[in-house]
Design a protein around this ligand. Structure first.
Ligand code: SF4
Length: 347
């Protein structure tokens, strides 16, 4: 018996193939060797292995070795040693690392067809002509204002937008900006005047108090700026997690989470983008962030809000006009309900 040669190639009458599995099968330490061979191939480390093999030419048969189970007489008295050396190989390139990473993530739960859903929604939204595209909260602030004032206006527009149509929020913001939407001026403005300016946004009476109290806190605790973290933003009166994540993105340019409002919440449940049905937008946000690649987070809010305003309506979604109908769990049920049953003729 001769020693092993280069990578996986064993120069021996019994190991004529350049094949690590072949070597493994013939070794008593097969499990260890197999793992090391794989390890070597993946990491590029040099592996040396020794194993005891048999010599069939002399009628020797090892446990589990070549010829095992063939009826050859068992005789371990003439076992020989072979030393197998594996050459160092290249370290993993970027593509191999990515492949490995994807393979290791492949067991992570993700919704069926989510890439198809997303591409179809992008296609249906490519005109960008939904109310959110022209009157969304990222469009209502004065971009020429002082940065602190601009950030304050982003926060106020988000506070006004909850439970309110984009058109109504936009009109209120224009009136506030004309009046002077900055911290000193709002603190000097009477509650009734603010009410006049923001009516008829949803919960406008409550929002007068929220705006006044939050503005006071910003002046006293944040040097007339807005807080730079989600944790601090949600402590302000009338500010929830959805608003906070969108404020972080629009005002501070930081992606901290997906802004999940009622549209995003509803559509994610209809498409089964959540492992289990959720009842609260905040639960939906956590469930979707758990699997959706982070580079997709930023687009989700505006994409789905507009989709919810135009096609996937809260009541009576337009499934028959939707590209997702055949791959949407909710749309498929609508299709089934609408399909007329074939009548069988009875003679
Ligand atoms: S098929 Fe219907 S429920 Fe599903 S995404 Fe489209 S509009 Fe919404």
């Amino acid at each position: 018996m001769k020693k092993a040669g280069k990578l996986g190639k064993v120069v021996s009458p019994y190991f004529s193939q350049s094949n690590s599995k072949r070597v493994t099968r013939s070794c008593r330490k097969s499990a260890t060797l197999s793992a090391k061979v794989c390890g070597q191939a993946m990491t590029g480390n040099v592996v040396e292995a020794e194993c005891t093999i048999s010599d069939p030419a002399n009628g020797i048969n090892t446990e589990g070795g070549i010829g095992a189970g063939t009826g050859a007489a068992k005789n371990t008295s003439k076992r020989k040693h072979v030393s197998i050396k594996y050459e160092k190989t290249e370290t993993l390139n970027q593509g191999q690392k990515t492949q490995l990473k994807e393979e290791s993530n492949s067991t992570k739960w993700e919704p069926e067809n989510w890439r198809g859903h997303l591409n179809n929604i992008r296609e249906m939204r490519k005109k960008k002509d939904a109310p959110v595209d022209v009157m969304g909260c990222d469009k209502l602030q004065d971009d020429d204002a002082d940065p602190k004032v601009r950030r304050y206006q982003v926060l106020i527009s988000l506070m006004l937008s909850s439970q309110t149509k984009d058109q109504v929020t936009s009109a209120a913001m224009m009136k506030l900006r004309t009046h002077g939407l900055n911290i000193p001026n709002i603190l000097q403005t009477s509650d009734s005047k603010i009410g006049d300016l923001i009516y008829p946004v949803g919960f406008w009476k409550k929002k007068i108090t929220f705006i006044k109290n939050a503005t006071r806190i910003l002046k006293e605790q944040y040097d007339s700026d807005i807080p730079p973290t989600v944790e601090e933003l949600v402590k302000l009166p009338g500010v929830g997690p959805k608003m906070a994540h969108i404020v972080m993105d629009v005002a501070w340019g930081q992606l901290t989470g997906i802004g999940v409002d009622t549209h995003v919440h509803r559509i994610c449940n209809r498409l089964k983008w959540v492992k289990k049905p959720t009842t609260q937008p905040e639960d939906t946000r956590k469930a979707v962030e758990d699997w959706l690649p982070r580079d997709k987070w930023r687009e989700i809010n505006v994409l789905m809000v507009g989709f919810g305003q135009q096609i996937c309506l809260p009541v009576g979604p337009k499934c028959h006009d939707c590209l997702n109908q055949n791959i949407c769990p909710h749309g498929r049920t609508v299709k089934l309900k609408k399909s007329p049953k074939k009548k069988t003729k009875t003679s």
